[in-house]
Design a protein around this ligand. Structure first.
Ligand SMILES: Cc1ncc(COP(=O)(O)O)c(C=O)c1O
Length: 748
């Protein structure tokens, strides 16, 4: 039997289905009342109602329910099962052609069935039969595989099931993606348990469409293996199956792109090809709708893009269009051609690298920045662009409890850079000029300057050393302690050695939250060494600096008062979309002197008055976007309280995850977990860990990345995505455990 034979797959299994499939918890009905406006008057179409297990719950609530079922035997069994409910009726129909009148039902439900539907056809049909503002509710029971018995059972059906792998792959996640498409949906999970004796367990297995039946190949072997499992794991004659009931619910619309009205006739005064203000408004609404819908359905995508190299280019026309195209077609191609090649950084199941999270407030702030189209190289080219930036960066000094010397009202100040890499480069250049009395800018470097960072520092430090003309041979990678933090004694000793060799130590980059393992370099010990040796101390707190929003995590900055410069990235963990790095210096003059070159055409009165900042002198490029708008929006939208709440939640979830790792003897933590990054590994060698990561990432359910610590492959899971909640982290751990078990059983 093929997977496609969906309407016939269960004919011979009706009895077992009815008796042994898990029911659904009453909380589902409560949820529909609370979220989908279910009342006793609501009319429900329960699609592919099968034997009526879920339908009964709706009927018990008193709802008029129409069961739609294509399979005649199933339908008869369901009709019998539900005969006592006068408000029940049934029709022979499919999800794609229910036979029900248009706009006739308030809610469409489908329990344990959506993966069999033709998503597009079913969605169109649901939109047709639903009254305006009606809801679609898709739900199913998932075995949790939380016990060894359940994991072995999974293995059994993988081994003996005729097409279990395909059915599993075709799973519900994909169904959700196809169904809700552009429409908003939400989800909830409920837990429940089934207890089986040996005969029940056989019935449960045989109710599955992929289990061979008596007389078919493998049947005997499968039953024998099932009984062996039962004997091994039964306690007092029974075994238990844990389930999660997952409910996804939303209001389907047929996509915003296809419902866009045709483009208006625009008659310009003179010939031009621009988008008219009216079209801009309409297209803009469609784009905002599209983004909102994208966030609603984001969990339905495989997190890591699955396209092969070159596939996206192959799908694009070889030449550009000679004539302009309708906006609808362009946006449609985003959906069709671009989305497959997107790795979903904003998915709550994205746990890879360090995050690059964003938020509604930030996206809208950025949109406004695009709308204003300001180029803020000088104060005079848009005073608000400069002044808002100085102001918001001063706010952040207070919010993170940074030293006052970083305030724009003192000797220093803050500026927004594109990335931490650029901040470090600016710091390095300013340090170079300080160390050489500005000679390097004039004459170039003479290969005597020496810089220091730890072996765990980000690769951008080395890159910047190359760019700044210091030379890679003059970067010392200082050894780290058992926690992967810089060893201050080793730093001190190396500086002494370099001085003895008549070199000029000038710059240290310490890291607060290293990329590999989130190690925190001890600033309070490194700082005095830098002071004493007159070394510029730059602190790179790219992701982890955000944690200092919460007083309880501010210890990560102990010793920050020694820093000459500091940077952190709101574009990593502070809900502000890329790019946005906040860079602070204690002495702005040294930075400005380093980077300022004044051609005649940029001279202006305001700059010459000295009363303002021209941020072009605080960065590498001349031009600059109005980035502070998005940061301002974020801080105002969340308030300090909101930002602290979400940062605390991420740290708490990461700590929970770390605890689960500690409790599972198959795994180990590979480094301390000071904040929101967990480095862990399966205690089984590099190849097993590699396999585990590859399988997880291939599954599309989540995305994690790796590093090497103590020369061992180490998995990294970073909890920092804007919408990551406990259920996502729990599921990530469950998936990691499942795949680890599968790898283990396949190797045996
Ligand atoms: C500690 C650290 N520094 C610098 C960077 C580079 O960040 P950016 O892309 O902002 O240059 C990263 C990126 O992950 C990082 O973890």
């Amino acid at each position: 039997m093929t997977v496609q034979d969906s309407t016939q797959r269960f004919s011979s299994r009706v009895d077992n289905y009815l008796r042994y499939r898990p029911g659904y918890p009453a909380e589902v009905v409560d949820l529909l009342k609370k979220e989908c406006g279910l009342t006793q008057d609501s009319i429900i179409a329960d699609i592919a109602f099968g034997t009526g297990i879920f339908t009964r719950l709706l009927l018990e609530n008193g709802n008029r329910t129409i069961g739609v079922e294509p399979n005649a035997e199933m339908r008869r069994a369901g009709e019998e099962f539900l005969a006592q409910y006068p408000r029940f009726s049934s029709v022979a129909g499919t999800a794609e052609a229910t036979t029900l009148p248009s706009a006739s039902v308030d809610i469409v439900t489908a329990a344990q069935a959506a993966h069999w539907f033709d998503a597009k056809g079913a969605k169109t049909e649901f939109a047709r039969i639903l009254k305006p503002a009606g809801w679609v509710v898709l739900l199913w029971n998932d075995r949790r595989n939380s016990t060894e018995f359940q994991r072995q059972y999974e293995q059994l059906i993988l081994t003996y099931g005729t097409d279990y792998k395909e059915v599993r792959q075709q799973g519900m996640t994909l169904a959700i993606e196809h169904f809700f498409g552009h429409s908003a949906f939400r989800s909830r999970e409920f837990k429940h348990e089934q207890i089986f004796d040996c005969a029940d367990l056989e019935g449960r297995l045989l109710s599955s469409s992929y289990a061979p039946q008596a007389g078919e190949a493998n049947y005997e072997a499968m039953i024998e293996e099932l009984r062996r499992l039962f004997d091994k794991y039964q306690i007092n004659g029974s075994v238990s199956f844990d389930h999660d009931t997952r409910v996804y619910y939303g209001q389907v619309r047929i996509t915003s792109i296809s419902t866009m009205a045709p483009e208006e006739e625009f008659v310009p005064d003179e010939k031009n090809f621009h988008m008219s203000p009216g079209d801009f408004r309409r297209n803009g609404h469609a784009v905002v709708d599209w983004i909102a819908d994208y966030y609603s359905r984001i969990e339905s995508y495989p997190v890591l893009s699955r396209v092969k190299p070159g596939a996206i280019r192959d799908s694009l026309p070889a030449s550009p269009p000679a004539s302009g195209e309708p906006f609808k077609a362009i946006l449609g191609d985003v959906e069709k051609l671009i989305i497959p090649g997107i790795t979903h950084w904003q998915s709550p199941n994205f746990f890879a690298f360090f995050p690059s999270n964003t938020s509604g407030a930030s996206i809208l702030g950025d949109l406004l920045s695009s709308g204003l189209g300001v180029q803020g190289m000088l104060w005079a080219t848009s005073p608000a662009c400069t002044e808002l930036e100085s102001h918001v960066l001063d706010w952040l000094v207070a919010m993170l409890d940074l030293p006052n010397k970083f305030l724009s009202t003192s000797s220093g100040g803050g500026v927004i850079q594109d990335t931490a890499s650029s901040s470090t480069l600016c710091a390095l250049l300013a340090a170079r000029e300080r160390a050489t009395n500005s000679a390097s800018n004039r004459r170039g470097c003479d290969a005597k300057l020496v810089a220091y960072t730890s072996t765990q520092a980000h690769s951008s430090i080395e890159k910047n050393i190359q760019i700044a003309g210091i030379g890679r041979d003059n970067l010392r990678l200082i050894e780290v302690d058992a926690n992967f933090a810089m060893n201050p004694d080793a730093l001190s000793a190396q500086v002494q050695r370099d001085r003895a060799a008549r070199l000029i130590p000038f710059f240290v980059c310490a890291t607060v939250g290293t990329t590999s393992s989130n190690a925190i370099d001890p600033l309070a010990e490194i700082g005095p060494i830098c002071r004493e040796q007159n070394l510029w101390l730059h602190v790179d707190a790219a992701m982890s600096g955000t944690a200092a929003l919460c007083p309880e995590f501010r210890h990560i900055h102990n010793g920050i008062e020694f820093a000459d410069s500091y940077c952190f990235n709101p574009h990593k963990w502070m809900f502000t979309n890329f790019d946005c790095d906040c860079f602070y210096v204690a002495d702005r003059k040294s930075l400005i002197q380093t980077l300022s070159v004044l051609p005649e055409y940029l001279r202006n009165q305001a700059s010459e008055s000295g009363a303002i900042f021209d941020y072009r002198d605080w960065q590498i490029p001349l031009g600059r976007r109005f980035r502070s708008l998005k940061l301002w929006f974020v801080i105002r939208h969340y308030g300090v309280e909101g930002l602290q709440y979400h940062i605390r939640q991420h740290v708490e979830l990461a700590q929970q995850f770390a605890q689960w790792v500690r409790e599972d003897e198959r795994f180990e933590l590979a480094a301390p977990v000071p904040l929101n990054l967990i480095c862990f590994r399966r205690k089984a060698g590099d190849d097993v860990n590699q396999q585990l990561m590859d399988r997880l990432n291939r599954s599309g359910d989540l995305y994690i990345t790796h590093t090497r610590l103590n020369d061992q492959m180490t998995l990294r899971l970073c909890v920092a995505q804007t919408n990551t909640q406990q259920r996502h982290v729990k599921r990530a751990w469950k998936r990691i455990q499942e795949e680890a078990s599968l790898i283990h059983s396949q190797r045996e």
